[in-house]
Design a protein around this ligand. Structure first.
Ligand code: ADP
Ligand code: MG
Ligand code: MG
Length: 208
């Protein structure tokens, strides 16, 4: 697809649920090392609830769909990641009111708004070993390829994986992992790992 319509956005979110569901144990293992061992379970619970919502409703716009996804994540995920990802999807939707489909340029705008929502909510900056360390490189990659959606999302997925891997050497200064301070070094941040999966799901959705 060259533009993400409402059905494509829905397919993306469903693919997120599949990928996160399949990798939930891995995400929880990462969280066991530097947090409280629930990130995979949190994400799976939230995205399972999101799929149930998608199964029962129809959505007339990107905005309506993304807002509903975000609100469901906020209400179903108790951990830090629920409000953060929830805000991401709600802001992403709110940035695209009355838009029927997103090209590469609009997608970059939407992700920028979503990431700003994560920052507004969590007050973290780049380099603090959070999901933002995967989101920022992904956003940069999207901005570098406004000409083609497929190129943009592939580059973003790869950038998110590099960002995820780069969290290994960082000291956590936000969230639960910050309780470990220097001892958080040597472990990948679980939220950065789930963000990489969300972008992988996007790349796979656009490729099909
Ligand atoms: P909890 O820490 O409440 O158990 P999760 O385990 O589901 O919640 O999510 C933890 C992830 O949330 C971390 O790996 C990190 O990526 C992300 N996170 C935590 N605090 C922040 C923050 N202030 N800003 C951005 N991301 C954060
Ligand atoms: Mg946790
Ligand atoms: Mg928790």
């Amino acid at each position: 697809v060259s533009q993400l319509g409402v059905a494509d956005l829905e397919a993306w979110v469903r693919r997120c649920a599949e990928l996160v569901g399949a990798r939930a144990e891995e995400l929880t293992a990462l969280d066991a090392a530097i947090g409280d061992a629930d990130h995979g379970a949190n994400m799976r619970r939230g995205l399972t609830a999101v799929v149930e919502v998608l199964d029962t409703g129809t959505f007339s716009s990107a905005d309506a769909l993304l807002k509903r996804v975000g609100m469901t994540l906020v209400s179903k995920v108790g951990g830090a990641s629920g409000p953060l990802y929830g805000t991401f999807f709600m802001r992403m939707g709110a940035s695209q009111q009355d838009v029927q489909s997103l090209d590469a340029c609009r997608l970059a705008e939407a992700v920028e708004a979503g990431v700003a929502g994560i920052v507004a909510r969590g007050r973290a900056a780049a380099g603090e070993k959070t999901m933002l360390d995967a989101w920022y490189p992904a956003l940069e990659a999207l901005r570098e390829h406004p000409e083609d959606l497929g190129t943009a999302v592939c580059a973003a997925a790869q950038a998110a994986e590099r960002g995820r891997d780069a969290t290994e050497s960082m000291v956590a200064t936000k969230g639960r992992a910050s309780y470990l301070a220097e001892r958080s070094v040597g472990h990948i941040d679980p939220g950065a790992a789930s963000t990489a999966l969300i972008l992988q799901a996007l790349a796979e959705t656009v490729a099909t």
